[in-house]
Design a protein around this ligand. Structure first.
Ligand code: ZN
Length: 256
């Protein structure tokens, strides 16, 4: 009986520190490929997603508190490829083609793929004459980011929604980017899909894929501003952080 009177859990937004309110719970086994591959059996583990009352960042506090080992055991394990079949090759190949088409004279640009998993994107770019490296906090446990140096161009594809520590993410990016560098990253912004008081049934809110940080446009803007980045979006899925725009990227980023 007494649990009825227990104080409601509260979490402060990791981005803007405003109050987060429970939006909905999603079964741990919910994944992004349900429409193509069908649902997995329910795990019985309810993952709570909280929504910031101000910047509208939506996150799963319980999973934000997991250790790297827990993520490896429960999410990024041998079955992960079932829920994200494009992870191994198809997505890096598509992204490398997009980058090569948009940055034609890249041989003198130092590039880092942040959160690059197995390093496939960097491998493909290097084959095309780029100077590219890959770094993934979930994979390269023994690498300190101080040892990596600075980069003119950082990409981070399908990473932000997986990140349990948004402060570490933006600090890493700020440390790694050169003064005149740009960061292009993909994550689908939630503005059209998450509404306070409505059920969280967006396909992208998928704990089994490790999607534990869902950003509104405002949440991305404020995260960037915390390190003095300007923010703009090419689309609801592709975005840029920058402090100034280098000549080689001026055809892509127009500051209004
Ligand atoms: Zn917030």
């Amino acid at each position: 009986m007494w649990s009825f009177f227990r104080k409601k859990k509260e979490y402060d937004c990791p981005i803007c520190a405003a109050k987060g309110e429970l939006l909905d719970t999603v079964d741990l086994n919910k994944h992004c490929e349900v429409s193509k591959r069908g649902a997995l059996p329910r795990s019985g583990v309810a993952i709570e997603y909280y929504l910031c009352s101000d910047c509208r960042f939506c996150w799963a506090p319980m999973m934000h508190a997991w250790s790297v080992d827990e993520f490896e055991e429960k999410i990024y394990n041998q079955d992960y490829v079932y829920v994200d079949p494009e992870y191994i090759e198809s997505r890096p190949r598509t992204n490398s083609e997009m980058l090569i088409a948009n940055v034609p004279h890249a041989s003198s640009i130092r590039h880092l793929d942040y959160g690059g998993g197995n390093g496939m994107l960097s491998k493909l770019l290097n084959e095309a004459g780029w100077q590219s490296s890959s770094y993934d906090p979930m994979v390269d446990h023994d690498v300190s980011i101080e040892s990596l140096g600075k980069f003119d161009f950082i990409t981070s594809f399908e990473v932000f929604e997986h990140v349990p520590d948004v402060h570490r993410l933006i600090s890493d990016l700020d440390q790694l980017i050169a003064d005149n560098g740009i960061i292009i990253f993909s994550t689908i912004t939630s503005d059209e899909f998450i509404t306070p008081g409505k059920k969280l049934n967006w396909w992208y809110a998928a704990p089994r894929n490790g999607h534990i940080s869902l950003f509104s446009q405002n949440a991305l803007r404020r995260l960037g501003h915390s390190k003095n980045f300007q923010f703009t979006s090419f689309s609801p899925a592709l975005h840029v952080f920058f402090k100034s725009v280098p000549e080689w990227a001026s055809h892509m980023i127009k500051i209004v």
